[in-house]
Design a protein around this ligand. Structure first.
Ligand SMILES: Nc1ncnc2c1ncn2[C@@H]1O[C@H](COP(=O)(O)OP(=O)(O)OP(=O)(O)O)[C@@H](O)[C@H]1O
Ligand SMILES: [Mg+2]
Length: 401
């Protein structure tokens, strides 16, 4: 037997690092250049990675983190949950980072106090300790700015770059979102002035502080709601579906990683089966691998894999539909029946037979709370999960029969 299920290199799931990272060259090159420039004291805009669920935001952040840690950069990464806990998490990471570099004693008194007030953490030459009750903070944004600036300054003194990665940023409560992003902007635009000892010329440098924020596309709207200009000031890095070349290379690389080969026709079948959606890429790949035992994954295996993936994909859609109330479900079904290029809120309302206004809160819940629809170009509504519209339309058709 040349290939076995236990060697399957495909790993369907969310937030898990793939055995081989595929594509995203443009995004990676941009992030690498950002760090290089920051290392030279040049200001670099924060990066805003936005994409719908399962497009690879977390994977990109973690791959980038791994690469940067290898290059001895200082990295803190936190994933936000609903509320403001992400600020405490970032503080903890900053404290642990300093402790790991034996720099607990080098932090200024002001920054140490900020850490105490923000997260109830006390840091000194002996390391980090948790205090029972964090002191109340007068202004969290200012304290955060102080702490970040102090750590970035230490990074500068140690010839490295401090990188802050925040995932799932759409979850952050509005007040915390405003404070966090204000602090980031302040630190990123701080100037360190030095004088060349020989020419006496003044040099202005930015602190080596790089920021990558990832979230669902609705994040940009939330930033505006929080009164933050961060969305406009940062550089957007939207993740699109995998292009054909990346997908082709990705399938080949993963199959090879598992110790097998794949023929060209099989790659085409899998590509069509996943539509460039990274999450489905693993689902169809996984099933195609398990469809046979030969050394080469054939087109027949691929077709069998795509067919076997169908119920799994359906299950993913059904899980998301289960979160919804009847009105929201009806809305989605009606939206799916409208052709994608004509799918606006007024067309959907017309299909249901009520006014657009009467459906306002239903649509809002679907875009903001459940993230299943989003507003695309020219007021069109887009299903965020690839293929969900087709699934709903087929299901409705089948139930009519
Ligand atoms: N560049 C890539 N190469 C190979 N596999 C990838 C890549 N990007 C993402 N994947 C795979 O796709 C799946 C979804 O990726 P990930 O969890 O990073 O998405 P996400 O955008 O963070 O989703 P969510 O919004 O739900 O958190 C994972 O199984 C991951 O391993
Ligand atoms: Mg994620």
């Amino acid at each position: 037997m040349a290939r076995a299920p236990e060697d399957n290199p495909f790993t369907p799931g969310f937030g898990n690092l793939p055995r081989v990272f595929a594509g995203r060259r443009h995004e990676f090159a941009d992030l690498d250049l950002m760090v290089e420039r920051l290392g030279r004291g040049v200001y670099e805009q924060a990066r805003l990675v936005t994409a719908d669920r399962g497009f690879g935001k977390t994977t990109l952040l973690r791959e980038f983190e791994e690469e940067q840690l290898e290059a001895e950069r200082w990295v803190v990464r936190a994933s936000a949950t609903t509320g403001d806990a992400v600020i405490g998490r970032l503080c903890r990471q900053l404290a642990d980072l300093l402790a790991a570099h034996d720099l607990g004693g080098s932090l200024s008194r002001q920054a140490r106090e900020a850490l105490q007030r923000l997260a109830g953490l006390s840091i000194g030459p002996a390391g980090v300790s948790v205090e029972l009750s964090p002191a109340p903070t007068a202004d969290r944004g200012v304290e955060l700015e102080r702490l970040l600036a102090a750590v970035a300054q230490l990074a500068r003194e140690h010839g490295t770059v401090l990188l802050m990665l925040v995932d799932e940023a759409q979850n952050i409560a509005l007040d915390a979102l405003g404070q966090l992003f204000h602090a980031i902007q302040e630190v990123q635009t701080k100037i360190v002035t030095t004088r060349d000892p020989v020419s006496r010329a003044t040099r202005r440098e930015a602190l080596p502080f790089g920021v990558v924020i990832a979230g669902l596309p609705g994040l940009v709207g939330r930033l505006q709601q929080a009164g933050s200009t961060f969305g406009e000031r940062s550089k957007p890095l939207p993740l699109a579906p995998f292009g054909d070349a990346d997908m082709r290379e990705g399938f080949r690389a993963l199959v090879r990683e598992g110790g097998a080969d794949i023929d060209a026709e099989a790659v085409d079948v899998l590509m069509a089966g996943c539509g460039g959606y990274p999450y489905f890429f693993h689902v169809v790949g996984h099933e195609a691998w398990n469809a046979g035992t030969g050394r080469v994954v054939t087109a027949a295996d691929a077709r069998e894999g795509v067919a076997a993936a169908r119920p799994l994909v359906a299950e993913l859609y059904e899980q998301r539909l289960a979160e919804l109330g009847q009105k929201q479900r009806d809305y989605l079904v009606a939206a799916a029946a409208v052709p994608a290029e004509e799918r606006t809120s007024s067309e959907v309302a017309m299909a249901i037979g009520v006014s657009t206004a009467a459906l306002g809160s239903t649509l809002q819940a679907l875009t903001d709370r459940h993230g299943l629809l989003r507003r695309g170009a020219e007021g069109r509504l887009v299903f965020t999960l690839t293929g969900m519209d087709r699934y709903l339309a087929e299901r409705a058709e089948a139930s009519e029969k």
